[in-house]
Ligand binder design. Structure first.
Ligand SMILES: C[S@@+](CC[C@H](N)C(=O)[O-])C[C@H]1O[C@@H](n2cnc3c(N)ncnc32)[C@H](O)[C@@H]1O
Length: 333
């Protein structure tokens, strides 16, 4: 196993060069030997380091394998390899992972392996889905301890407890997209505010005059209040209650309906507008009936005698096989 031997002063420059040309062996660490540093390289790249000594490394220091599959495959029978999860979520310093039932007896091993890969994380929770309209998470602790965390995203802080409230890392793009649409002095109604998924980024990044943030679940509401505080924002009006009953009428320039199953709330959203304005309507929909969310928005407007222009229709993320989470941008007048 080869390495380039360079004086300490040159080490950073040569390491960068080795990485840039793909020569740096990622499985071995750079090691310091006296006044020299050994930069591990793959065989065949020696000629690119003219002027430096190429040595056969005597005591290479191996970097721990960082890929979950790589670390698990020697400990899990081959016939189960296909079930090893390739993806997981990191929320703050907590890891959430879906583990198929076939790997039930290996869940502790999976959790502990993840904590070895992500040393800054304190716990691993098995993600067993979300329940009901409140999207309450079903989780099980499989390694480490602690469920309350602070997730940082685009200069916003989201404090939450992963056993009580959900956090969709995959909705980040949509959160920032909406932020870019909000104009100065706008009044926004966030009908399903949760812990402030949309409310906080809008309050932090825009000059909105006011954001009404409605949330029905007391646990989420508790974190919404905390997040308003830790993000130092002053234009949020948190409301604890059912948006079917407490959504203010005739106030908003923009309404966010960030729940994947909320079509029955469309009339309330439309009535929340103070005149012309936008409704961002979310839905999970089977791909075979992809137009359903648009039709639902149009129908709700028709029933209220309002005109609507569909200005946008986009996928937020894949939800389940054959089902997508989409958002409709409707301009209503
Ligand atoms: C799943 S979260 C929204 C996720 C979010 N869109 C994101 O970007 O991650 C939806 C929130 O709506 C709340 N909710 C459900 N029904 C409600 C209602 N009738 N009124 C107010 N909030 C409600 C839930 O408790 C939950 O906190």
């Amino acid at each position: 196993m080869k390495a380039v031997r360079v004086p300490k002063l040159k080490a950073e420059e040569v390491r960068r060069f080795a990485e840039r040309i793909g020569a740096k062996d990622k499985d071995r660490y750079v090691v310091c030997r006296g006044d020299y540093v050994e930069i591990p390289i793959y065989d065949g790249f020696e000629k690119y380091f003219e002027g430096y000594e190429i040595v056969e490394q005597e005591n290479p220091v191996f970097a721990p394998k960082s890929d979950l599959f790589e670390l698990l495959k020697n400990k899990i029978p081959k016939e189960l390899w296909d079930y090893i999860p390739r993806r997981y979520k990191i929320v703050g310093d907590v890891i959430l992972i879906k583990i198929p039932k076939e790997l039930e007896e290996y869940k502790k091993l999976i959790g502990e392996t993840l904590l070895r890969i992500h040393r800054r994380c304190k716990s691993v929770w098995r993600d067993l889905g979300k329940e009901g309209m409140m999207r309450k998470p079903k989780v099980e602790l499989i390694a480490g301890e602690g469920s309350e965390t602070i997730h940082r995203e685009n200069r916003c802080l989201f404090k939450l407890d992963v056993t009580k409230v959900m956090f969709s890392v995959g909705n980040q793009g949509e959160r920032m997209r909406v932020v870019k649409l909000v104009g100065e002095d706008e009044i926004v109604v966030d009908m399903f505010a949760g812990i402030g998924y949309f409310t906080i980024p809008i309050a932090v990044h825009t000059k909105a005059r006011r954001i009404y943030a409605i949330e029905i679940n007391p646990d989420s509401y508790h974190y919404l209040l905390e997040n308003v505080e830790i993000n130092n924002v002053e234009n949020v009006i948190p409301i604890l209650g059912d948006s079917m009953h407490v959504t203010p009428e005739g106030v908003a320039d923009r309404v966010i309906m960030g729940h994947i199953n909320c079509h029955e709330f469309l009339p309330k959203a439309i009535k929340a507008l103070k005149g012309d304005g936008y409704v961002h309507y979310h839905e999970t929909v089977p791909e075979v009936i992809l137009e359903r969310p648009i039709e639902r928005v149009k129908r709700a407007c028709e029933l209220l005698g309002r005109e609507v222009k569909i200005e946008g229709f986009r996928k937020v993320k894949n939800y389940s096989p054959g089902v997508v989470h989409v958002v409709v941008d409707a301009y209503i007048h």
